[in-house]
Design a protein around this ligand. Structure first.
Ligand SMILES: C[S@@+](CC[C@H](N)C(=O)[O-])C[C@H]1O[C@@H](n2cnc3c(N)ncnc32)[C@H](O)[C@@H]1O
Length: 241
């Protein structure tokens, strides 16, 4: 585990919108663990689903890999049977991964690319993971990326998608959001830290509803949608081609 996240301890002093810079990279593991309910279970589910759905000779992708937590789940499940192509557009994240996963890079089991996933090539894939990343793209980019993933999957291949969502009813969104803030407070974040991070994420992390995600996947052509996990306003889905 890296350093403890204290970025918003004094409020959003820089007044900057949130970005995955060096400062965030250094505390990211602590940040996501204390902020996303069920995050570690998501990683276990990715591992288990990869074991179940990997197709011999196919490619595996982790889009928006950050520090490679999902990549680790994929590598554990594959046990050397295929290469994981992990992509992120944050220079500091990719640099950290290149150090952490040097053993896997040397043996050809993993490849880390500093790229915008909107422009990445996805080919012959049986597993694509996009774990809490789509929410950072604009709506048009989401649509295009989902279409590209669909085209890049082999028949029977799966996309594992995790997202933060909001609800149709404003009242329910507020209620669940308050519970989420209590979850963060119980994990040691102060009220100031919670509200400053929320302000800094405004317009950067833009949520959709569960049905928006489901409708998009269906329209693109995914045959099966399976909810793998749901914790407050965080969901994990499996979409199968
Ligand atoms: C919440 S983190 C993802 C966590 C990670 N998938 C995991 O399972 O631990 C979001 C990541 O998406 C990356 N990201 C956001 N937009 C991106 C884009 N257009 N292309 C590539 N990476 C992007 C960010 O740099 C960040 O590292």
């Amino acid at each position: 585990m890296g350093k403890q996240d204290k970025i918003f301890e004094e409020g959003n002093v820089s007044g900057l919108p949130f970005s995955f810079n060096q400062e965030v990279t250094e505390v990211f593991e602590d940040m996501i663990d204390r902020s996303v309910p069920g995050y570690n279970t998501t990683l276990r589910i990715i591992q288990q689903q990869t074991k179940n759905h990997y197709i011999d000779g196919s490619n595996i992708y982790d889009l928006g890999c950050s520090l490679g937590a999902s990549t680790s789940s994929l590598l554990n499940a594959l046990n050397g049977r295929s290469k994981v192509i992990a992509i992120d557009n944050s220079e500091s994240m990719v640099r950290a991964c290149t150090e952490r996963f040097s053993k896997y890079i040397k043996t050809g089991q993993a490849n880390f690319l500093k790229e915008d996933i909107s422009y990445s090539e996805i080919l012959n894939a049986s597993i694509v993971v996009i774990n809490f990343v789509l929410q950072f793209l604009n709506i048009k980019e989401r649509e295009e990326l989902m279409q590209k993933i669909y085209r890049g999957l082999v028949p029977g291949g799966i996309l594992i998608l995790s997202e933060k969502v909001h609800f149709d009813s404003k009242k329910r969104t507020e209620e669940i959001s308050n519970i989420h803030h209590s979850f963060k407070a119980a994990n040691g974040y102060s009220k100031l830290e919670i509200s400053s991070k929320r302000d800094s994420l405004e317009g950067v992390l833009v949520t959709e509803t569960e049905s928006q995600h489901l409708d998009r996947a269906k329209e693109i052509g995914f045959k099966v949608s399976t909810k793998l996990m749901s914790n407050l306003n965080f969901l994990t889905y499996k979409f199968q081609k």
